[in-house]
Design a protein around this ligand. Structure first.
Ligand code: SF4
Length: 437
């Protein structure tokens, strides 16, 4: 079981992928460009569910949305920034961006008063989000406590899940308060509500791997509200199955018409099986078929929720070697740290260096386990040639940690100084993008 409120393992997640069916994320499905963050190429983003809906939209320059949430319970650090870096890249393909501030969840699970959550969310997170550049057309930042669609959806979705499922996914017990039990439904409401506003549209949620239980629950809930199920059958055919008992022939006919519009021409309809087989279609057509069926459902007054996609990133090691965490300030560089304070934290960070300079010159350092190298790799050194030079100098022993840390600290000073001035420059955007409903 993965606990989304306390999981902190770093390192190898292959057991989670095997156990929970997370698929490998292949960065080659995204356009290669200078703007593609290293997070993708260096496999920090390592897993996904349902990303084929998103990659298809990107390839066709068609709309999609990004949903991101923030739990206002501590200060924003470099680990949180990595989500924004992913959003910025995907936003470059024209995605609508929804940022939900999980103030109700932080009240239920961390006992955080709503007014305090608001203060932290805006002061420590939203100001940095805008400084990092996500303030563009199509951005909406909202509070869970104020968005009616999210709260209504949480109630409606609750009809489709029972206590034993919630216990199995989250390990809830008799002492778990009802607010906490409701928090995953609110999250599902967050993730699905863009499709209430925009109609069926692929939505991707970039998250840490610890959030996968929410994604599994939400994808199941989205499916449970669907009328159609398009799937590959055991004999390799592609079938569309109606999940309700009323007006089966009507549903099958409407599915057929919508798929004809997508270019499918040959069908076998068997109303007694509630089935429409799409002859000549293959598994790779399922995304097209599912999106067409979702539109039919929405046109007939249903929800037509497409299952939300997700990407999963690794937790980045903190400065002390454990997960970077707001609750352990010594592990993290916060985006509002004074540049000199951040620099001195870096000077004390755990590195991948050897015990002595002599040993390091002889055996080389280990950049791949070095938290200082990570800060340069993922946050401060933009030039590919430059980061490769640092890596190879470290590996060869030419580079020693003292000087390297001084360079990394200087880079970090520049980043945080620049971010501070951009926070000031973008302050006026707060009113533009924060919605009070
Ligand atoms: Fe890390 Fe730099 Fe030391 Fe290599 S030389 S282990 S990159 S601090």
């Amino acid at each position: 079981m993965l606990d989304p409120w306390s999981y902190s393992e770093t390192g190898d997640y292959s057991h989670l992928m095997d156990e929970f069916g997370i698929e490998v994320f292949d960065p080659d499905i995204l356009p290669h460009s200078e703007t593609q963050p290293r997070l993708f190429r260096e496999r920090i983003v390592f897993g996904q569910r349902g990303f084929e809906h998103i990659s298809r939209r990107i390839a066709r320059s068609e709309p999609f949305a990004i949903m991101s949430g923030l739990m206002p319970s501590g200060r924003m650090h470099l680990g949180h920034k990595m989500v924004i870096d992913q959003i910025l890249y995907l936003q470059g393909f024209g995605a609508r961006v929804f940022v939900g501030i999980a103030d109700l969840e932080s009240y239920a699970t961390r006992n955080m008063p709503l007014d305090k959550a608001r203060e932290i969310a805006i002061g420590s997170y939203v100001r940095n989000y805008l400084a990092l550049g996500i303030g563009k057309e199509g951005l909406e930042i909202y509070f869970q406590s104020r968005r009616k669609e999210v709260k209504d959806l949480a109630l409606l979705l609750g009809k489709k899940v029972n206590l034993s499922t919630m216990r199995a996914i989250y390990g809830f017990n008799d002492q778990t308060n009802m607010g906490h039990m409701n928090a995953p439904l609110l999250q599902a409401g967050d993730i699905l509500h863009p499709q209430i506003k925009l109609g069926p549209i692929p939505v991707v949620v970039p998250v840490g791997v610890d959030q996968d239980p929410h994604m599994r629950l939400c994808r199941d809930l989205a499916s449970s509200f669907r009328t159609y199920n398009g799937t590959e059958t055991s004999d390799g055919r592609i079938g569309v199955f109606v999940k309700v008992d009323e007006d089966v022939s009507g549903h099958l006919e409407r599915a057929k018409v919508s798929l004809e519009a997508e270019g499918f021409l040959d069908f076998k309809m068997i109303p007694s099986y509630k089935a429409l087989y799409v002859m000549g279609a293959s598994r790779s057509d399922l995304v097209t078929i599912d999106e067409a069926l979702a539109r039919v459902e929405a046109e007939k007054g249903g929800y037509g929720f497409l299952p939300p996609a997700s990407t999963y990133h690794r937790f980045i090691k903190g400065l002390t070697g454990e997960k970077m965490s707001s609750s352990k300030p010594e592990t993290a560089i916060f985006l509002d740290d004074l540049p000199d304070d951040a620099a001195s934290k870096l000077m004390k960070a755990i590195t991948g260096g050897r015990e002595t300079a002599e040993q390091q010159r002889k055996e080389g350092g280990r950049p791949d386990i070095c938290s200082v190298f990570d800060t340069m790799m993922f946050h401060t050194v933009k030039e590919e040639k430059e980061i490769q030079r640092i890596r190879s100098e470290c590996l060869s022993g030419e580079r020693l940690c003292g000087q390297c840390k001084r360079e990394a600290a200087e880079h970090m000073r520049e980043l945080l100084t620049d971010l501070k001035s951009r926070r000031d420059e973008t302050e006026h955007l707060l009113n533009l993008y924060i919605s009070e409903e």
